[in-house]
Design a protein around this ligand. Structure first.
Ligand SMILES: *[C@@H]1O[C@H](CO)[C@@H](O)[C@H](O)[C@H]1NC(C)=O
Length: 342
């Protein structure tokens, strides 16, 4: 059960997302009606924000339809139609009505506007011009800016099936990370010596400082176990979250888990989820040298600048004391509160 079983370094994995970043249906054919995004084929935004995916006509054909679709992240052959417009009317599909619209800033603009972004909105979008035989399309990537964190069951290491992992992330205000998100976090310093599920059903662990107990003598990188059995095999999870409406604050004290729950409630808040603590650490600069209870029963503390007097932890990050007995009264509380801004 150690890190080295089935170890494969998947360097080719690193590059596949770039390869599909922008293409048109016939690779060698110049676009006639659409303008290839020359500067940015990737749009970055945070959860809750609005985003515009650019798509601009070169000329306006006499008859045409515009189709925007989202490529299924788990099956790139499948596409979910967002909307189709004939230039006058727009038909929305599925649940996109409430969040997607054509921007139409000028006669050539067929950019897609998305409001109130959610974690699941990240991925590849395709803007297609349907014009009889000359159909063509460009592809834009929407990335949600966020943070990836490893998550382990309160019962210990390697207790999640794929479906458990997915549920565990959702319960911490997160989704299972994509490979791209995991890779970005690794470049930002994520190292985790246990293998975890990501959203496509593959299993990986990110290593920066290879050592005999972890990653052996291969170069730093993301070690991959490849696709695993989603119902029979058990690993940890890599979860992804982004900004939150509210923020996390610390209540000091020597509290049991129940007392911590109470302390938050008294301030109109509730014990924070793990994703919320990571979000406040990453986006709001939350730093605190004291362990505090979270809603899942774990005890953690967020560090931005490591200091000797703070346990001597060498790396910035949200550090964990695991899941102590809930009756131990040694920790404070991390509470989450949403303050209405009007
Ligand atoms: C996003 O779009 C909605 C609807 O158009 C608008 O009400 C809201 O103010 C926008 N939010 C931001 C952050 O721009």
């Amino acid at each position: 059960m150690h890190c080295a079983v089935f170890m494969v370094v998947t360097i080719s994995y690193f590059f596949w997302t770039d390869a599909v970043n922008h293409y048109n249906k016939d690779e060698n054919k110049a676009l006639k009606y659409l303008i290839e995004p020359p500067v940015y084929a990737e749009i970055k935004a945070r959860r809750g924000e609005n985003a515009t995916l650019p798509c601009v006509l070169r000329t306006v054909p006499s008859h045409y339809r515009v189709k925007w679709s989202k490529v299924d992240s788990l099956n790139t052959a499948a596409k979910n139609i967002v909307l189709i417009s004939n230039g006058h009317e727009v038909k929305h599909y599925g649940t996109w009505q409430s969040k997607a619209s054509l921007r139409r800033m000028h006669a050539l603009d067929i950019s897609l506007r998305l409001t109130k972004l959610e974690l699941q909105d990240c991925g590849l979008y395709q803007c297609e011009l349907i014009n009889g035989i000359d159909d063509e399309g460009v592809t834009i990537t929407l990335s949600i800016e966020g943070v990836v964190f490893p998550y382990q069951s309160s019962h210990g290491r390697y207790k999640f099936t794929y479906f458990d992992a997915k549920k565990a992330c959702a319960e911490q205000d997160a989704t299972l990370a994509t490979y791209t998100q995991l890779y970005r976090e690794w470049t930002d310093g994520l190292e985790w010596c246990n293998a975890g599920w990501i959203n496509d059903g593959t299993v990986h662990y990110p290593i920066l400082n290879p050592r005999p107990s972890c990653g052996k003598d291969l170069p730093p990188g993301i070690r991959s176990y490849g696709p695993r059995d989603k119902t029979k095999e058990h690993y940890d999870a890599f979860c992804f979250t982004s900004t939150t409406k509210g923020s996390v604050f610390f209540v000091p004290g020597r509290l049991t888990f129940l007392e911590a729950e109470h302390a938050c409630k008294e301030k109109g808040a509730s014990l924070a989820l793990v994703g919320q603590l990571y979000s406040s650490w990453k986006f709001l600069g939350l730093e605190r040298c004291d362990g505090g209870w979270l809603q899942d029963g774990s005890v953690r503390f967020p560090i931005i600048t490591p200091k000797k007097r703070c346990g001597g932890v060498p790396q910035p990050g949200v550090h964990s004391f695991g899941f102590p007995k809930k009756t131990i009264s040694s920790y404070g509380a991390y509470c989450y509160i949403v303050i209405n801004d009007h």
